[in-house]
Design a protein around this ligand. Structure first.
Ligand SMILES: Nc1ncnc2c1ncn2[C@@H]1O[C@H](COP(=O)(O)OP(=O)(O)OP(=O)(O)O)[C@@H](O)[C@H]1O
Ligand SMILES: [Mg+2]
Length: 247
């Protein structure tokens, strides 16, 4: 669905944020994209929907450059940002989740259905009328996910979705992601907290210093994980099954 070709990003100060990244993301995948602080994960995510321009290289969605089809791309690829609180734009949960659909001119009935089904998917239906300012950190994260789901994306990209969440909240987010993946949505999880999620992944992409250094099945990349300054438990790939907080 998405193809990143020879993507490089050079900042104004000359530093390379991304260095010749090649990556193809297909339907039905659950990708964990891991790398140390500053590896370029968030920057890569912003490139997926054209929030920043490549210095060189290109990004294709369904075989065509994203530039001329940004509206479709931003509907198909939903981003949950690292600071999900900043993603909340409205007073109440239902207003916020309905913001995208309303903004696109969907009918009131379509907006209502989008709000209901998205809040249901993240387990927040009971919070529909609540002011966003009252939500806990974990609820806020799930509200941000619901806001993304409201546009019925094909791909959901989540940037460090576990930061600051307690055990039950991490479990709630993971449970939501597994259910979404089961409904056919492609999940791209940007994180260095592999102990919480790697067992759920169909594929692991390791980034370091703006470069993809490995891409494959988590068990195949087991030994490489530690070379990217990302923590994994001691022992062999048989430990993979334990690498999730989902009960
Ligand atoms: N305007 C800029 N000029 C120079 N360097 C920048 C600029 N903006 C970001 N960077 C650098 O680009 C690198 C990639 O940042 P990015 O936010 O993508 O990392 P990340 O992998 O998401 O890290 P983290 O795990 O900390 O969220 C960082 O080293 C950052 O300092
Ligand atoms: Mg980041």
């Amino acid at each position: 669905m998405v193809e990143i070709r020879n993507l490089s990003h050079r900042f104004d100060d000359g530093a390379l944020g991304l260095n010749n990244v090649n990556l193809a993301l297909g339907a039905g995948e659950f990708v964990v994209l891991a790398g140390e602080n500053g590896a370029g994960k968030s920057l890569l995510m912003r490139h997926l929907v054209g929030l920043v321009a490549p210095t060189s290289g290109s990004i294709l969605y369904r075989g065509r450059e994203i530039g001329p089809q940004l509206k479709q791309v931003r509907q198909a690829i939903g981003l949950v940002f690292q600071d999900s609180g900043a993603q909340i734009v409205s007073l109440t949960v239902e207003e916020d989740v309905g913001f995208g659909p309303r903004n696109r001119g969907w009918s009131p009935a379509e907006v209502d259905l989008a709000i209901t089904s998205s809040l249901e998917a993240v387990g927040l239906l009971g919070h529909r009328k609540q002011p966003c300012s009252q939500l806990s950190g974990g609820e806020l994260r799930r509200a941000a996910i619901a806001g993304v789901l409201a546009l019925r994306p094909e791909i959901v990209v989540l940037d460090e979705p576990f930061t600051g969440l307690d055990f039950p909240s991490v479990q709630a987010v993971l449970g939501t992601l597994v259910r979404l993946h089961q409904t056919g949505i492609t999940i791209i999880l940007l994180t260095h907290e592999l102990d919480k999620c790697l067992a759920l992944a169909t594929r692991l992409v390791l980034m370091s210093s703006g470069t993809v250094i490995a891409d494959g099945a988590p068990t195949d990349l087991w030994e490489l994980i530690t070379t990217t300054n990302v923590h994994r438990p001691p022992g062999g790939p048989e430990k993979l099954a334990e690498m999730t907080w989902l009960a």
